[in-house]
Design a binder for this molecule. Structure first.
Ligand code: URP
Ligand code: ZN
Ligand code: ZN
Ligand code: ZN
Length: 472
């Protein structure tokens, strides 16, 4: 340490540090909101550290705070707007060990991509933790290329598009291709929801004929084939113009295999899975209150869920996100008789890491470093915010989640912090819990309680993605 370094204000002592690149016992020295150094356990402290606040992490895991690359905050789709703002969403995030969210700025028809992104970016300041942003294109016009170039220059480099939701957010293939080309040339990347809309509308038409369009029949209204068809086309579009692409919420091994095959031929394809597709299955639609699990793509059969899980350790899944969408029961129940009129999406920003940890790390064979890679490092890398986020190394923001890997607790909506009155995991017993969470060196959650609710969120600009290199 020389005189110009920030002073050591805090030390997380005695824990096992787990970064994607390294893990072992170490003390974490923090100052100026950053990680200053990792030091061998019990090593003599540098001068000036005597007054530092010490957090005892003995017996705990010390992880970089999670990065949730797929989070819809206050999302309007059709007649429904999800119920959280940045304050609520990030409060739930930090309780769940996540310290950076990546939200979407999705236009309504007629709104400009850039205006919506600028408006949404301002909301970051209401958060308890930092956030990055995906812009979105739903219709191509003469000004779109320029808007995208400007957004990339400003640090919003990822752009969401949908191959479904006709009449709302669906983009046609020309729009997707044009967007990919511009992003490729400006250090950006398309982020695509892949479900072939024509197949879905046909699935739904047949469901109506059978009088099976209610929530109990959700799974049959959006087939795995629809997902495969769209993944195949979107990968081909990216390949045809040598552009990178990030495929959100891939829910079946077949879709993951399509992406993996493209990667083997050199296409820069990244695969996202979401926690609920890795844990919950379509039996939920056949039980009570099926509307609580209505999401796109829908939950899949148990064999599919378990097979998807095997790809986590194999490395063919790049990230695990939440696809957080915070509707409440009143919204979910309003149109249970017709899934076409229901709000799609599940609340999950707070439960993503605990359910994944419990199911796949504790007894599921997922290596802890790989857990950090999937949930923090890789999401930060593909969004151009690594190693400021998603890493626990000198220079990184001191966004840290200290976990008790052995705490057994029960997920209940009443004890969670998302702005809704239910959780898809009600009554699930999980093992492992983030108990103390730091945002840029400030303890915000301690012993499971909010100890600092200051709105200190910042929009984190993404660095341009290197068009010549793999991001992960
Ligand atoms: O059901 C979902 N996933 N709703 C949120 C919007 C989307 O498609 O990601
Ligand atoms: Zn989606
Ligand atoms: Zn989504
Ligand atoms: Zn209605």
């Amino acid at each position: 340490m020389n005189g110009s370094d920030p002073e050591i204000e805090m030390i997380v002592r005695g824990g096992t540090v787990v970064d994607a690149s390294w893990s072992g016992p170490a003390d974490v020295l923090i100052g100026g909101g950053r990680v200053l150094a990792l030091s061998a356990p019990g090593a003599p402290l540098p001068p000036g550290a005597e007054d530092a606040h010490v957090i005892d992490a003995t017996g705990r895991l010390v992880l970089p705070g999670g990065v949730d690359a797929h989070c819809h905050v206050g999302y309007t789709s059709g007649e429904y707007t999800s119920l959280d703002g940045y304050r609520e969403c990030t409060t739930a995030a930090v309780f769940g060990g996540t310290t950076t969210i990546v939200d979407f700025a999705i236009p309504q028809r007629g709104e400009r991509t850039i205006d919506v992104a600028h408006r949404q970016r301002e909301l970051a300041a209401e958060g308890l933790c930092d956030s990055a942003l995906h812009a979105s294109v739903i219709e191509w016009d003469d000004t779109t290329a320029e808007q995208l170039a400007q957004l990339c220059a400003e640090g919003i480099v990822t752009v969401k598009m949908f191959t479904t939701y006709r009449g709302e957010t669906m983009a046609d293939a020309d729009t997707i291709l044009n967007t990919m080309k511009v992003l490729r040339d400006h250090g950006g990347m398309a982020v695509v929801h892949c479900e072939e809309n024509a197949i879905i509308e046909e699935d739904q038409r047949r469901s109506v004929e059978r009088s099976e369009i209610d929530a109990a029949h959700m799974a049959a209204t959006r087939s795995e084939l629809a997902e495969l068809a769209a993944v195949s086309e979107v990968v081909a579009l990216a390949e045809s113009v040598d552009a990178p692409v990030y495929l959100v919420h891939q829910s079946t091994p077949a879709a993951v295999e399509l992406a993996a095959a493209a990667r083997r031929r050199g296409v820069r394809v990244y695969t996202e899975a979401v926690a609920h597709h890795l844990v919950l299955d379509d039996a939920r639609y056949r039980g009570e209150n099926p509307e609580r699990w209505v999401c796109c793509p829908p939950l899949r059969p148990r064999a599919t869920v378990d097979a998807l899980g095997t790809y986590l350790a194999k490395g063919e899944i790049t990230t695990v996100s939440s696809d957080h969408c915070c509707y409440d029961l009143e919204q979910k129940e309003a149109h249970v008789e017709d899934v076409r009129e229901m709000p799609n999406g599940l609340p999950g920003v707070e439960t993503r890491l605990p359910v994944l940890f419990s199911r796949y790390v504790n007894g599921g064979g997922l290596d802890l470093r790989r857990f950090v890679e999937l949930t923090a490092a890789n999401p930060a890398k593909v969004n151009g915010i690594y190693p400021r986020k998603g890493a626990l190394m000198p220079g990184s923001d001191a966004d840290i989640a200290i976990w008790d890997p052995a705490e057994v607790w029960t997920l209940e909506a009443a004890k969670l912090h998302m702005a809704t009155d239910y959780t898809p995991y009600e009554g699930h017993e999980v093992t492992g819990r983030p108990t103390t969470v730091l945002v840029r060196g400030t303890v915000v959650v301690d012993a499971g309680e909010l100890v600092d609710g200051t709105a200190r969120g910042r929009h984190v600009p993404s660095a341009p993605l290197d068009p010549a290199a793999w991001l992960v």
